[in-house]
Design a protein around this ligand. Structure first.
Ligand code: ARG
Ligand code: ZN
Length: 877
């Protein structure tokens, strides 16, 4: 069944209060839900009440404390229908029975490593009790949790703790009350043996909050960074958005089996342990950065998501795009803004652009879905965040902030829409945002082509912008031609000698020109010589830019642009031209040397001033990005060959400088590890240097990397060295991996890195190697992190082998998708999205991919999750 935005109707009934009594048991948990219902004035009078269910077993039901009349209620595992509900407030009490141990989908109430936990977004609450499981039904919850004291000494719920005590025998209970009305998807409970670290935070409103992070006992020493990140997030949201926390406790719980990254349940965030646990010996700098970002993300949802929630799931970007924007701003403030911006854009280009260019493309606000869990995508999250950022660029930071305040004030306690969000900014700015709103409705990455013309006599410099949008037929647009988008172009001018040149035009305000029609020309005055244009500074819009800029101009930007993002972009563009040329068999030997020369000059000019930035400048575009740039009939082997060749050339040309950098960046023995951004930046540059040196001289690189794997004093350097070994076939690599695997045999999150790196070995034996690793004692298809590290990493980060010409890579992933579909369809469907780029590869591989996709689609009894992805990938809508 397809759900359509156009069909939205308010619920016929509302639920004001929910009392839940949950008696935890490994296989027979009993739940009594007492619901205070009433007819919705906005609904249809006298309509039947249809409560959602999923896999539920009903034990008892009562209406206003009495029995229901025979025939009054119809019950299936998927729905409970009350044919003629009272047309006044009434109380329904429902008892259900569930088996948390058998819940392998990890939706609803399940057990992870013996810990009871829940995941209710998007539609998991209906696996706990019959309910109006839709985000526009907001209720106040009181939850009583009861369990065996030995099995679950810790019992956590939403809101504030109210009371706890003995429940007779070995049983005990706790009651939690959440005063803030919320939709069912924000419900959570946890019960288990957990250790904790805790601290206090006083909000700007003077509220004393107890913050705690709960982890597997014995892992408390790895929870401190996450705890600190919570406090920093709370302080930042007060400073940056004026948002204070609104309960007396804030709990974060780490569990080891989790479908996604984390979940923003009110007052009780539940996390994939990968995004909580960190110690220098087990976590990399990237892990620390992710932990900080995701802790912030879930915390920020308390306002953008919880206090203001979504009317329906089509509005998912309302909370996710906005919250990603907010967590990106947080990380930018806590770390280096330019470095973080580059990281954001790399993610967008690596994950969202391919999605937007393939058969799974959809608008940031989709208009129809078969399975909502398949729409937690890079488009909704990452492109959604870019839309919010563009809004700020267009309105200016001050008006934007006032608009945000107005949005929170106007929509607090409600389930809102994208229209409500934009209305707040229209009210604050007086600007009509109807055209801007097209960003939410039209799928596909726009291309902006720019042509420049200098007129020496008139002293004018004219930039002509032309936007083109892929015509993607979606429910939102039908087959209609896409309409022009409102595209903020942040720009500046640089003189050939690197000096900044004034931009003289009243169409450029605060450095931003707004392109809001298909084609427009910007005439800049007072320019007797042609400047070098620096366009889309800071990546001011999620577009592809086609600009006929010569190498000389790019070199000027790399060396001298005031905008660090465009300095980095200049290096990327120079490299991309060489790489796409070579992958297509056009020899561009000279420009490879020119690039190496430019990078040498860049290093000379002082890489040590900002090592994190320098590391990014040295990194070539990924194979995935190159494939995107080529766009069709892609040959992953040719791309890899071109990229490896260029890496070796650059490594050779820069070798003495890279050695010097490594020496300069070496930490004196005994330096204590610090995960701060500056220290991480030095490690990144030192390891980038090692990577290039190994490309230039594999034998020496292997020796250096093997030594670093053994001797590193932290996991960042150890894993970076192991990654350097990945393409270096031979005994050294195998020994390195074997020793690493043995050393961390009891550390699943570290073994995930080991699985993930082996999955990227660019050799034809890799699919077979992965089959072997799937039999490793630490591997389990039941754990989403293991699946993602082995198969997810393979399908996304090993293009030559995933797209192996004989189809062996596709077959491997398909087998795992099918093996998982019966137990965890969400993870299976997510894995299958790797096939989303299949139309882009050359004909032979395309045939193999299509064969595999068709065989999946033809499987009887597929989950809606997997069949939806398979059908859309094949172009069946
Ligand atoms: N709202 C969560 C977040 O922070 C994601 C939860 C998605 N879960 C799911 N089963 N679709 O982004
Ligand atoms: Zn989120």
């Amino acid at each position: 069944p397809v759900v359509r935005l156009a069909d939205y109707r308010p619920s016929d009934y509302l639920i004001d209060r929910v009392e839940l009594d949950v008696r935890l048991h490994p296989t027979e948990t009993r739940v009594t839900a007492t619901l205070a219902l009433r007819p919705n004035p906005a609904g249809i009078p006298g309509a039947p009440l249809v409560l959602d269910g999923d896999d539920l077993v009903l034990l008892a039901i009562s209406l206003d404390g009495g029995e229901t009349a025979p025939g009054a209620v119809a019950v299936t595992p998927r729905a409970l229908t009350l044919h003629q509900p009272p047309q006044r407030p009434f109380v329904l009490a429902i008892e259900t029975k569930l088996d948390p141990t058998a819940n392998t989908k990890l939706m609803g109430l399940y057990r992870s490593n013996g810990v009871y936990c829940t995941q209710c977004e998007a539609d998991g609450f209906r696996r706990i009790t019959y309910f109006l499981d839709r985000p526009d039904v907001l209720a106040v919850y009181t939850t009583r949790i009861e369990a065996d004291r030995d099995e679950a000494p810790v019992l956590l719920g939403n809101g504030n703790p109210v009371e706890s005590g003995s429940a007779g025998g070995n049983r005990h209970y706790a009651v939690w009350h959440d005063p803030h009305p919320k939709p069912a998807y924000l419900f959570a409970l946890v019960g288990g043996r957990l250790g904790r670290v805790a601290s206090r935070f006083t909000t700007m409103e003077g509220r004393e909050v107890e913050i705690a992070v709960w982890v597997e006992p014995g892992k408390e020493g790895r929870a401190g960074y996450a705890l600190d990140a919570v406090a920093r997030s709370m302080a930042w949201d007060e400073r940056a958005f004026g948002r204070a926390y609104d309960l007396d406790v804030f709990n974060v719980v780490a569990v080891s089996d989790f479908n996604m990254g984390a979940m923003e349940n009110k007052g009780l965030n539940i996390f994939n342990d990968k995004y909580v646990l960190a110690s220098p010996d087990t976590a990399t700098d990237a892990d620390y950065a992710n932990i900080e970002a995701i802790i912030a993300h879930e915390y920020f949802h308390n306002w953008s998501g919880n206090r203001v929630t979504c009317r329906d799931w089509f509005q998912l970007c309302l909370k996710e795009g906005l919250t990603v924007f907010r967590d990106q701003e947080f990380s930018s403030d806590e770390r280096s803004r330019p470095v973080h911006r580059i990281a954001e854009v790399r993610t967008l280009r690596a994950r969202q652009f391919p999605e937007d260019a393939g058969p799974l493309a959809h608008p940031v606000r989709p208009q129809a879905y078969r399975e909502i869990n398949n729409f937690y995508t890079a488009t909704v999250y990452e492109k959604g965040a870019e839309i919010v950022r563009m809004l700020r660029t267009l309105l200016g930071a001050e008006v934007f902030r006032r608009g945000m305040d107005r949005y929170f004030a106007a929509c607090d306690g409600t389930a809102a829409t994208v229209e409500d969000f934009l209305a707040a900014f229209t009210a604050e700015s007086g600007r009509d945002l109807a055209d801007f709103a097209r960003w939410y409705a039209q799928a596909g990455t726009p291309t902006v082509a720019v042509e420049a013309r200098h007129d020496g006599n008139a002293a004018t410099y004219t930039l002509t912008f032309r936007q083109s949008l892929p015509a993607i037929a979606t429910e939102a647009t039908g087959g209609a031609r896409p309409l022009p988008l409102v595209i903020p172009v942040a720009l500046g001018l640089v003189a050939a000698d690197g000096a900044a040149v004034e931009v003289r035009s009243d169409r450029v305000r605060d450095g931003v020109f707004v392109l809001d029609r298909e084609e427009d020309s910007l005439v800049l005055a007072g320019l007797t010589t042609a400047p070098v244009p620096s366009l889309f500074r800071g990546f001011s819009a999620p577009v592809k830019v086609v600009q006929d800029l010569g190498d000389a101009d790019r070199l000027v930007l790399l060396a001298r642009d005031a905008d660090p993002f465009n300095r980095w972009q200049a290096a990327q563009s120079l490299a991309m031209a060489v790489l796409t040329g070579r992958a297509a068999g056009r020899e561009t030997g000279a420009s490879g040397a020119a690039l190496a020369g430019a990078l040498a000059a860049f290093l000379e000019a002082g890489a040590l001033a900002d090592p994190a930035f320098a590391a990014l400048v040295l990194a070539l575009p990924s194979e995935t990005e190159i494939a995107q740039e080529i766009g069709r009939d892609v040959d992953p082997d040719a791309i890899r060959a071109a990229r490896e060749g260029l890496r070796a050339e650059i490594g050779t040309a820069l070798a003495p400088r890279l050695d010097a950098l490594r020496a300069a960046l070496a930490e004196p023995a005994g330096t204590p590890f610090s995960p701060d951004a500056a220290s991480a930046g030095r490690r990144a540059l030192r390891n980038a240097a090692l990577d290039l040196l190994a490309a230039a001289d594999p034998a020496r690189g292997a020796a250096l990397a093997a030594a670093q794997v053994e001797e590193a004093s932290n996991m960042t350097d150890r894993v970076a060295a192991l990654a350097v070994l990945v393409p270096l076939t031979g005994e050294t690599r195998e020994r390195g991996f074997a020793r690493f695997g043995a050393a961390y045999r009891d550390e699943p999150l570290v073994l995930d890195k080991w699985f993930a790196l082996q999955a990227t070995i660019p050799e034809p034996g890799t699919p077979e190697r992965l089959r072997g690793l799937m039999r490793h004692e630490a591997f389990s298809l039941a754990n989403p992190n293991r699946v993602r590290s082995l198969l997810g990493s393979f399908s996304l980060n090993n293009p030559t082998q995933f797209h192996r010409p004989d189809g062996a890579g596709y077959d491997l992933v398909a087998e795992v998708v099918l093996a998982l579909d019966g137990t965890n369809p969400q993870v299976a469907a997510r894995l299958l999205t790797a096939f989303g780029t299949w139309r882009m590869v050359e004909a032979g591989r395309r045939r193999q991919a299509e064969r595999v996709l068709r065989s999946i689609a033809a499987r009887p009894g597929l989950s809606p999750d997997v069949s939806d992805i398979a059908a859309r990938s094949l172009g069946v809508r």
